[in-house]
Design a protein around this ligand. Structure first.
Ligand SMILES: CC(=O)SCCNC(=O)CCNC(=O)[C@H](O)C(C)(C)COP(=O)(O)OP(=O)(O)OC[C@H]1O[C@@H](n2cnc3c(N)ncnc32)[C@H](O)[C@@H]1OP(=O)(O)O
Ligand SMILES: CC(=O)C(=O)O
Ligand SMILES: [Mg+2]
Length: 351
């Protein structure tokens, strides 16, 4: 590990100073598009209000379309008006034949237009260290003034086992997303889905009498709870942001909303959107509900300087509930400052 004294030094002469805080706005939805797909690219200017648009170069882009996707992303960055949306990319994996050209081309040609580079299949901090140094060299050569940030996908068993080291590997680390599809394969889970639950993963109530089958309710459990919770702790401890990843059953908007909400309640700040239909789901779920915000503000007002204990509607409030309410209220303020519709909904609820 680098000495703490050197942690915030640029890794190449002429590279920009590393950041100490994540300097970006909301990222409730990271919307994936294939930059080599003209129909998808044509939709981008109409996607105002999408927090993050991500040009995907990795899985879901066929091997013979990799160069077209990379060139398409350079064009999007240069020519398409994306409004307030951040532009991110997911490059190919570090063992692939494409990633070196992905990084060299993107940083050299449009490094000043990109905010975050997502690195797939991260196995450990050494993968982040490699990218960190290479980006510094490329930034120095391109004369960039702001460092590119790095986002890791948690989609290998080794990555989960070392998630804390990944989260703290570089000051470039912006966040981590759950990658349930590759992670399932890496762990040899017996699933064939992209995220979401599985009806076979359940608990059953105890038997009633001799009949082992009668009257026993089953409850489906969340396959991803352990990983998401561990990722949230690693990110919060490192001062970076955790995200649920993709929900592959595009038609199941209800299941998608539930899975996103579990992640939101556990501490994630956003999720991926693979299809335009999922953008609104993520916006709804990852924006605190107006009634929750109104309640949080009531608690804060009732608690004055934030110490002691009071009763509000029969519920005890103290220093710890104040801290929770501050999380909700400050997130609402941050989002409302950039989202007029949400600001209006909060005003309507007296929040
Ligand atoms: C495990 C992982 O790695 S997840 C991350 C990798 N996967 C991805 O990035 C997948 C991204 N999404 C997609 O490729 C597509 O949405 C698919 C294949 C899932 C579905 O695509 P389609 O069958 O075309 O969906 P559908 O017919 O509903 O699309 C409606 C319109 O929205 C467009 N559209 C679909 N997805 C997107 C998108 N992600 N962004 C922008 N536009 C889109 C389609 O081109 C189509 O346009 P048209 O009306 O001009 O014809
Ligand atoms: C998100 C991703 O890449 C995966 O689930 O494999
Ligand atoms: Mg993957």
């Amino acid at each position: 590990m680098r000495s703490p004294k050197d942690f915030f030094r640029p890794l190449a002469v002429g590279a920009p100073e590393p950041v100490r805080q994540i300097p970006l706005g909301p990222s409730r939805m990271i919307h994936f598009f294939d930059p080599g797909n003209e129909k998808m690219v044509a939709k981008l200017p109409g996607m105002a209000g999408t927090d993050v648009l991500l040009g995907n170069l990795e899985d879901a882009v066929a091997a013979d379309r990799k160069e077209a996707a990379r060139a398409g992303l350079v064009r999007v960055a240069r020519e398409v008006d994306l409004g307030e949306s951040q532009l991110w990319t997911r490059v190919n994996s570090l063992d692939s034949p494409w990633v070196l050209d992905d990084l060299v081309t993107l940083v050299t040609e449009v490094g000043d237009k990109l905010d975050v580079i997502m690195i797939p299949k991260v196995e450990g901090p050494e993968d982040i260290h490699y990218v960190d140094r290479l980006l510094a060299q490329l930034e120095a050569r391109a004369g960039l003034r702001w460092p590119l940030l790095v986002h890791a996908i948690l989609e290998t068993a080794s990555g989960v086992a070392r998630v804390e080291e990944i989260a703290t590997a570089s000051p470039r680390m912006q966040g981590i997303s759950l990658g349930p599809a590759d992670l399932a394969a890496s762990r040899r889970m017996k699933t064939t889905r992209v995220g979401g639950g599985h009806p076979g993963y359940l608990v059953r109530t105890d038997p009633v009498g001799e009949d082992l089958t009668a009257g026993r309710t089953t409850y489906q459990q969340d396959l991803w709870h352990y990983t998401v919770a561990r990722m949230v702790d690693a990110c919060a401890a490192a001062g970076i942001l955790p995200y649920y990843g993709p929900y592959g059953d595009i038609r199941d908007t209800v299941g998608c909303e539930d899975q996103f909400r579990n992640a939101y309640l556990l501490g994630c700040v956003g999720a991926w959107s693979l299809h335009p239909a999922q953008i609104a789901i993520a916006r709804k779920v990852f924006s605190p509900a107006p009634e929750e915000v109104a309640w949080a503000r009531r608690v804060l007002a009732a608690m004055g300087d934030g110490t002691g204990a009071v009763m509000l509607d029969g519920k005890m409030q103290d220093d710890a509930t104040v801290k929770q309410c501050q999380v909700v209220a400050s997130l609402a303020d941050e989002l409302a400052a950039r989202d007029p519709e949400l600001a209006e909904a909060y005003r309507g609820a007296g929040a």
